[in-house]
Ligand binder design. Structure first.
Ligand code: NAD
Length: 360
């Protein structure tokens, strides 16, 4: 039951990169803390069948950095971190594995809060929580809202309407062709809101049952998964995978607005400029999909529902500021979002420095 924790040399710009191993439970995981400038790092734990350790390490680094900007932008008093467990979530889960992971998180003494992410369920997190108080996203917690996905969908929906007002001159979605890619926890909830708002829904998912449900419930048209970028649409709402906006796919994209929940939608940063050149408004994923982390922040800080609602409402206010700044500066939304997040981080660092000076 020997937990082996190795501090790797973190790349420049990162605070910590930890490799965790435990032979009995076969746990192999990376925990990455990108920044604690704004507060303790928070970000989900992903379980994935990575082919190599290098692939897992890269994913942990990339996701942890993304959490820093998402958490800063949402002004949650949290830094950015992420964990990845190497293994097949369908076959490699065990109580011992999650307990070992929980002990590893506990060793960090609150520098990192973990939660569910791809491949990890609330039930898994409940096991982690038996070993550490630094696990959130639990069903039995007083301040927990349960599944954060409807909150994520609500934030995306508010931003989508705002984007529509900016691009089409009206936030009325009646008859607007909106393609929702991915009908999972967030996508289905978003599709429901869009249907209620009168949108003309097009849906795409590898899960046939989810597609059938959307057709029945929302009178949606269906788009084959490999034809998404050939489809005529006004608005594209990616709610499945990251990396879908590439030079090639954007070249074919007919939408004038992109607003969805999927993390890391831009395959490479340069795609932001291409979207702007093609006159497509892209609302940055980590700005619009913060609803989920807001509910986790409420759990971490022990804040109630008013906090969640108020923070949720701020997502679209922030998106409005972003669109105004894009209009006045000509910068891409990605660049403006990044600058807004960096500003929050720098203010936190400044406050911290000032406090140190004052207490000397
Ligand atoms: P989910 O796993 O419940 O749903 C994903 C859906 O995408 C599934 O229905 C799956 O079948 C579908 N899918 C997978 N590959 C596809 C493809 N090639 N084409 C079309 N559909 C495909 O996940 P979720 O919780 O709904 O999250 C969706 C996205 O939003 C993810 O990228 C996630 O990281 C991001 N996100 C989610 C939350 C949240 O609160 N759940 C918060 C922030 C960001």
């Amino acid at each position: 039951m020997q937990l082996c924790i190795t501090e790797e040399i973190a790349p420049q710009g990162y605070e910590r990169l930890i490799f965790v191993e435990e032979s009995e439970s076969k746990l192999r995981a990376f925990i990455c803390i990108h920044s604690t400038a704004c507060g303790p790092a928070a970000g989900g734990c992903r379980m994935w069948n990575y082919d190599t350790l290098e692939e897992a390490r890269y994913d942990a680094l990339r996701l942890a950095e993304g959490m820093t900007y998402k958490n800063a932008l949402a002004e949650l008093g949290l830094g950015g971190g992420k964990a990845v467990i190497i293994g097949n979530p369908k076959t490699d889960k065990s109580e011992a594995l999650f307990r070992a992971f929980g002990r590893a998180v506990d060793r960090l003494q609150g520098a990192y809060y973990t939660a569910e992410d791809v491949g990890i369920s609330t039930a898994d997190m409940e096991i982690v929580a038996q070993e550490t108080p630094y696990a959130v996203g639990l069903d039995n917690c007083e301040t927990s809202v349960g599944d954060p996905s409807p909150y994520t969908a609500e934030g995306v929906f508010q931003c989508l309407k705002l984007g529509a007002a900016d691009v089409f001159g009206s936030d009325d979605l009646t008859g607007r062709k909106v393609l929702v890619q991915g009908l999972g926890h967030v996508g289905m909830s978003l599709a429901s809101k869009l249907f209620d708002a009168g949108a003309d829904l097009i849906v795409s998912d590898i899960n046939v049952e989810a597609v059938e449900l959307a057709v029945t419930k929302f009178d949606a048209s269906v788009c084959a998964v490999d034809r998404v970028f050939d489809q005529e649409m006004d608005i594209f709402a990616p709610c499945a995978l990251g990396g879908i906006l590439t030079e090639q796919t954007v070249a074919k994209l007919s939408a004038k607005l992109v607003c969805g929940a999927a993390n890391n939608q831009l395959a490479v940063p340069e795609v932001a400029a291409q979207l702007q050149q093609q006159n497509i408004c892209y609302l940055p994923d980590y700005m619009v999909n913060a609803g989920g982390i807001i509910s986790l922040a409420a759990e971490i800080h022990n804040f109630g529902r008013e906090y969640q609602q108020e923070r949720l409402d701020r997502i679209s206010t922030r998106a409005e500021t972003l669109l105004n700044l894009c209009g006045t500066t000509g910068k891409t939304p990605s660049r403006v979002a990044h600058e807004m997040a960096v500003q929050v981080i720098e203010s936190a660092i400044e406050r911290d420095t000032q406090q140190h000076v004052n207490t000397r």
